[in-house]
Write a protein that binds this ligand. Structure first.
Ligand code: MG
Length: 375
């Protein structure tokens, strides 16, 4: 179906809400009966070049999926993670490869649909997440309730979110910290030789609590303990993934020698990972792009809780679609790190907002997204 015909099919208002300010050409879609599934790749421009121990970039491309049926459009997004060998084009091809499953699917039977998708698609968790978010947005809209209500949650329980400061020169780090003045908790990327200069630069301009993410940066347990003990003296309240994901025995050794919680990120992708992490980590960082969507993220939260672990709900750099989807589960989390959309200058949507660091969930049906006002 051509884009013009699609616009006519769902009505101009619906289409505008679905794809406001689309960045890339090449929407593809397919229909069966009244169901339309579209994919698109949207280029998100970063306010600052984003650097971690793994990569550095000025933009991020994310996959957007739209599921339209019965006059309602569910919107989803996935940000493929390079660390796990995913990229946006392949994610899009993955969704397109299962159109024969998605188009005739009954969205109300979303648990079976999720199982069928897992059966058909190996890997491709960002693609799975984009589909899952679109379906759950559709369900919430069809029911006329926000997703947090569907999960029985109180939006007032949404935690404070940290704001991330990427690796940079001391001067730029100071500037970024000053720009983040309205956020009460900062998250800092470390894991390089410049860690000390980075922390000194931050502490020269703020006394705020810091959360630190080493992104697997320290390669020996002795180095990890030395660094974490030093961070404890710098007002750091938790450390994320200090060592490579596979080094669980080393992490267990480190944990017995430090005093702040250690949170698993790269070591914790899906629910099956969690039982072996108990005793090594104090908590897990759950992201929709790792889990494959909202339903699996919720499953992970329940499993981690049953093992007495803390919950962080995190994100990749993405638009308000994926961030808002995660925010709807955030009342279940101890920590939120949902700032991926705040790092972007051309977010096509508005959804969850941050007010004095607190996540404010939209109360519209489904995700509760609105097109961003034209700038
Ligand atoms: Mg992390």
């Amino acid at each position: 179906m051509k884009r013009r015909e699609w616009m006519k099919a769902i009505g101009a208002a619906g289409a505008a809400a679905a794809w406001p300010r689309r960045a890339n050409a090449g929407i593809s879609s397919q229909t069966q009966g009244s169901t339309i599934v579209d994919t698109d790749i949207i280029r998100l421009k970063l306010r600052h070049t984003w650097t971690t121990t793994m990569s550095s970039s000025a933009y991020r491309d994310t996959l957007h999926v739209r599921f339209h049926r019965d006059g309602i459009t569910g919107i989803g997004e996935g940000a493929p993670i390079i660390r796990y060998g995913e990229n946006t084009e392949e994610a899009r091809r993955a969704v397109e490869s299962i159109r024969d499953l998605l188009v005739p699917a009954d969205p109300w039977k979303f648990m079976r649909l999720q199982a069928d998708i897992s059966h058909r698609l190996a890997g491709q968790y960002a693609a799975k997440s984009a589909i899952d978010i679109a379906i759950m947005d559709w369900i919430g809209k069809k029911l006329g309730i926000p997703l947090y209500r569907y999960f029985g949650l109180d939006p007032a329980d949404a935690p404070v979110t940290s704001f991330s400061i990427g690796i940079d020169t001391p001067e730029m780090t100071r500037q970024k910290v000053q720009e983040a003045e309205s956020y009460p908790v900062l998250k800092v990327k470390v894991g390089l030789d410049s860690d000390e200069a980075t922390l000194d630069a931050i502490r020269s301009v703020t006394k705020k609590p810091l959360r630190v993410d080493a992104n697997e940066g320290w390669k020996s347990k002795e180095e990890a303990v030395r660094k974490i003990n030093w961070l404890e003296t710098m007002g750091v309240e938790l450390i994320e993934q200090p060592m490579p994901a596979a080094m669980l025995d080393d992490i267990r050794w480190v944990r017995s020698r430090v005093h702040i919680p250690i949170i698993a990120d790269e070591a914790c992708l899906r629910s099956t990972d969690i039982p072996k992490l108990a005793g090594c980590f104090d908590g897990v960082n759950i992201k929709l792009d790792k889990s494959g969507g909202i339903l699996e993220a919720n499953r992970m939260i329940q499993i981690a809780r049953s093992l007495g672990m803390k919950i962080m709900i995190g994100c990749m750099v993405s638009s308000s679609v994926s961030i808002t989807a995660a925010a709807h589960l955030s009342p279940l989390a101890d920590y939120a790190d949902l700032d991926g959309n705040l790092l972007v200058s051309n977010d096509p949507y508005e959804g969850a907002r941050v007010q004095s660091g607190c996540l404010i969930l939209p109360d519209g049906p489904g995700l509760g997204l609105r097109p961003a006002p034209a700038s």
